[in-house]
Design a protein. Structure first.
Lengths: 165, 504, 504, 165
């Protein structure tokens, strides 16, 4: 099974030959790969070298934390990759940015309001969690739209708080 | 004389205090919020009583209820730990008023040192140098503060009068940004300590944050246990501490001089029990009083490691009216200790807090390693309390040994279920500046970066690619699997029931 | 000079050695059997290579394969740990023959001390007193041994010539039962060490088992690190060790006298690296050489705790040709350390071994506690290797503090999935005889009982009744539940698939 | 719900009133009972006192390890108890004793044979596990019957090895 794996914006052609052989960009490695205790912690022996990584799954990417460094990875299989190349680079960037709560918490302040113009880096909302006040900032300039929460409200992780259009 | 102690706290510090009590043969009473029914301090205590819902205000800050439980359970003393009611003079007074012992200083000392303005004025009067600021004056209005600020000069710090742990603290670089920062500092202080008062302090640049551990008994003996280096901070929260300080090193004369000043500061408020005097030390080894923490400090274990003194046990002995078990002459710092605060926060995402259930946990162990924690596999890290999930302390004969040991301990430490700042500490251990001991309080924020610092390890993107691809590959394979497993279940649900019963 | 070390072992000791290597900046190579793919030593090492199937003979005893892996991986040295190849002169020789360093003594010293008969003759010649027995004579037949036995007198011990750890050892009380016991001792020795030879030794009653830790470098320096008290045994397997020995206590003259004899014993075979001389000490403080263990000892951490010397690091330094980092004058015993061996065995069922998957694990932590272990949640305790799953070591300023600390640590320690002997250690800690230090090598078997000893805790049958009833009640309730849950699954299996994917 | 719970041969009448109240022999306790992390480790608060126990389930009994002591418990509900009292004390002791392997291991020796008369405490089989040889002994006198395993055989936990009749 062949995959095109993008690590921090570099592409690797990874071919999984069988349970113990993987070819990366033409170089064949003898591997032994196991999930530890059924957790998203993985032990990998590559030609005898022992590595251990946390692999976190997010919406479309994987994050690999190994040897004290975090790598962002996107894995697509060959067929899908061909399709994407033929039809352009995947889904078009949506015009709307949804500010989601990075963690559960209490809304302390919303210094913006519907329709307000904002610049990149402006504070959109202050969320208290673990006794710290965390400022959630705008990733780009735009106009605030649909503020869905109120000051004093408890929100869940990943709950959409407001949008920027 | 008390033989049963109520611990008015949660998390690692409640567990730490419980251990000391148990090792002294004392009975223990835990209190807990609804979020903490399964917490370690509840499970390890002899008795445990519910305080109320998860938010601190309805549980761990309910001083009335805590005192009531102490009386009901027959506890003769209350240990407040740090945070929550740790530095509340009114609570200490209420405890004494009920005829219970308070394992900490007298309310008057807490009050004097707790109001940072009063504290600075008091120690200044005792001849201890202080950092310039709005000392002596509590409760200034925003207008007054804005007027004084230019006199002190920028950059300066807005600090919570009742504060600690970096909460309600803001760095101010000019008058323009000051009103907004005052507002957010007050808001955070109000929420953390129930007191929105703030004061101003000059920001000494290139300075080190060094603190002295004090022990004082009721018989007039006051000693210090040497210093701790606490300069590695982010948003004024300590992240890593070490003892001794590499800046003081073997300058024994400086160590004793700061130590004596600390003792004098403690004596100026007739201090009893354990406390910590924080100093700023500039490049020329001038030192200034910053504040006194009138309680057990998070980082106390590194002092325990290098001096061999069990500070919590000593606290309890002092509260029982005993004299200190050691004199100043007995105190010797041997070897080197480092503490990394392991927080549930994502160093790759601006240190955002991370919550969730810990599904898997491997603690580092072996020679010279101590872990203080209140979590275990299955425990839920909730958004209600602070993000400290464990303290990893190592001890070595030399600073180099301690660093190498910390490095291997961090590597061994596995926490699954929440993101932690362990990768941050790993990068720090790899940083040449840290290794050389060349850092100040602004190092982490100004000269450290998760991407570029700690280049000791060479990048391994091919290995990351193999991990990612194999995980993605297995996920595809497993999807098929799940369906198959499910088909078996649906065809024979009795089997599942039996299986669950067997494996329960 | 080597910079990469192959660790020819598994379990806690492989992890211990890995840690030392890592802290010295050495690279590490692990070897493992098919049963140990997920073991901690494989995960923590820089490199790891498969040896073969689970049984030791096909994996950890495959000296040929281990040396081959060392050469292939570029490891310059091999550390054998204890057990397996730990005391095999032929292995040490083979390692040297391949131009690799052996982290341990010279093959000649292993051979001399490994054959217990030769060892006894050698040290006797050096003027060290030995326990009466069939010394000097290896490989006697059953007939010969039966003839000699009455001369030594009963009770006596049959011991494996190649032995250690109580394996291949039998207590004999009369001539009649001797043939059967000889047979079973030989069988066990053959299976454990690949050598069925045994010898006889007088059983000294009421004696203590006290051993001296030795360090010797290639430059003729031999020092001792004081004693360890190892009298608490069952079936000749040590269960608990402490340093110093409460029997020697502050008799510094006796300590130095035994220490010097131990040094002399080591010198008699030109010993290099770490080793242990075991003595029997009778009530009148007469001491007799028992045997020398020419390797790292299971219980080495208690000596590390009281002396501050990292024995494994010292071993590696010695193997690199360095001189000892300390002299005899530097060695001081401070405080008190106790080690409990936590075994996967059921103390309520005649200490039968217990196997299974560890589903949940909470380690005791905090001040003065060290855990050395190779297990973690999810790890499978297999029947192939010995039952030691962890060593719990505590350190205190005094013996009393150490005991109280061990008590609280045992209480905190939770291991689910296999039965362990933790309740045994708890009872031991509660026993007045243990507290008073009044025990000998026969204490556990003759004067200790899980039912009657350690009456410090009062029985709580009503509480047990509540636990049992609530568990039984919940089981009934849950049966209903499982069916309900299952119905949901069957009606919508896609839901389960998605859920599993989300929570993976 | 009422249960008769036998602990080390003493009977306790336990009445579970609701989630937080349990009556034991007429004394009412306020309890808070939880399984920790979904494990057979339980935390119990009884009138504020905190206890923690491992509860092991075996064939018909429960074993409760609490406060450093092991209690053997049998729990029957009231109805079942009445039935048993009416019809005598449960199942009759079977004449045959089945020697089961207490752990997986290797059969090292079987010093008895089919039809051999043996006394209480005689060694029936030697099983090696974790590098220790464990002697499995006869709980009573009788005659060896149906030896089902051979020397050198690997056996599973709970596998029946032989019988004594």
């Amino acid at each position: 099974m062949k995959y095109i794996t993008t690590i921090n914006e570099h592409e690797y052609l990874v071919d999984i030959l069988d349970d113990h052989r993987v070819v990366v960009n033409g170089v064949c490695y003898v591997v032994d790969f196991e999930s530890v205790s059924g957790q998203p912690v993985f032990s990998l022996l590559v030609d005898g070298k022992s590595y251990e990584a946390y692999v976190y799954e997010s919406d479309s990417d994987l994050e690999v934390l190994v040897n004290g460094a975090l790598y962002t990875a996107a894995v697509v299989d060959e067929r899908e990759h061909r399709l994407r190349s033929a039809f352009g680079s995947g889904p078009v960037q949506s015009g709307e940015f949804y500010l989601k709560a990075p963690m559960p918490g209490l809304v302390i302040d919303i210094p913006v309001e519907d329709g307000q113009k904002i610049g990149e880096g402006d504070v959109l909302l202050i969320l208290e969690s673990m006794k710290m006040q965390n400022e959630l900032k705008a990733p780009r300039a735009g106009v605030v739209s649909r503020v869905r929460v109120k000051v004093g409200e408890n929100v869940e992780r990943r709950q959409t708080l407001l949008s920027v259009i | 004389m008390f033989n049963k102690v109520l611990i008015a706290n949660r998390g690692e510090i409640a567990v730490r205090i419980l251990r000391a009590c148990r090792e002294l043969g004392m009975e223990t009473v835990a209190v807990y919020s609804e979020a903490d029914r399964q917490a370690l301090h509840v499970r390890l205590a002899d008795e445990a009583y519910l305080l109320g819902p998860a938010p601190s205000r309805e549980s761990y800050l309910r001083s009335d209820k805590i005192i009531e439980i102490a009386k009901k359970s027959g506890a003769g003393a209350i240990h407040p730990g740090y945070g929550f009611l740790g530095e509340r003079a009114d609570f200490a007074q209420a405890v004494l008023d009920e005829g219970l012992a308070f394992i900490g200083p007298k309310p008057s000392a807490i009050a004097a040192m707790g109001d940072k303005g009063v504290a600075r004025a008091t120690v200044a009067a005792a001849g201890v140098p202080v950092v310039p600021g709005t000392e002596g004056e509590g409760g200034l209005s925003n207008d007054e503060l804005l007027k004084i600020a230019p006199e002190i000069g920028f950059p300066l710090l807005v600090k919570a009068t009742a504060g600690g742990g970096g909460k309600g603290m803001r760095e101010v670089h000019n008058l323009q940004e000051m009103p907004l920062l005052l507002q957010s500092a007050r808001r955070e202080a109000e929420s953390a300590f129930g007191d929105g008062n703030v004061y101003l302090e000059k920001l000494v640049e290139g300075a080190r944050h060094i603190e002295i551990q004090i022990l004082a008994d009721e018989h007039g003996n006051v000693i210090h246990l040497g210093e701790r280096e606490c300069s590695l901070q982010r948003r004024h929260q300590k992240l890593l501490e070490e003892a001794p300080s590499p800046f003081i090193g073997d300058d024994e004369e400086l160590r004793q001089r700061i130590g004596q000043v600390a003792v004098r500061a403690a004596q100026s408020v007739s201090y009893v029990n354990a406390g910590t005097i924080e100093f700023l030390v500039d490049r020329d080894k001038n030192f200034f009083f910053l504040e006194m923490n009138t309680r057990l400090q998070v980082e106390h274990p590194i002092t325990e490691a290098v001096t061999g003194v069990d500070i919590v046990k000593e606290q309890i002995r002092i509260a029982r009216g005993r004299t200190l078990s050691i004199t100043q002459e007995d105190v010797q710092m041997n070897g080197w200790a480092i503490e990394c605060r392991v927080n549930a926060e994502d160093p790759y995402n601006n240190f955002m807090p991370s919550t969730g259930r810990i599904t898997h946990l491997i603690l580092p162990t072996g020679p010279g390693v101590r872990v203080d924690t209140g979590v275990f596999p299955g425990f839920e890290i909730s958004p209600y309390y602070d993000s400290l999930i464990s303290k990893l302390i190592v001890f070595g004969q030399t600073r180099a040994e301690a660093i190498l040991r910390m490095r291997r301990a961090l590597e061994e430490y596995k926490i699954v279920g929440v993101r932690t700042n362990i990768p941050f500490h790993q990068k720090l251990m790899d940083s040449h500046r840290f290794m050389a001991g060349q850092f100040d309080t602004q190092f982490v924020e100004k000269r450290f970066d998760m991407e570029t610092s700690g280049q000791a390890r060479k990048p391994i993107p091919e290995i990351a690619a193999i991990f990612a691809t194999l995980v993605a590959h297995e996920n595809t394979e497993r999807s098929t699997h799940v369906i198959q497993r499910n088909e078996r279940d649906t065809s024979n649900w009795k089997w599942l029931g039996r299986w669950e019963r067997l494996h329960r």
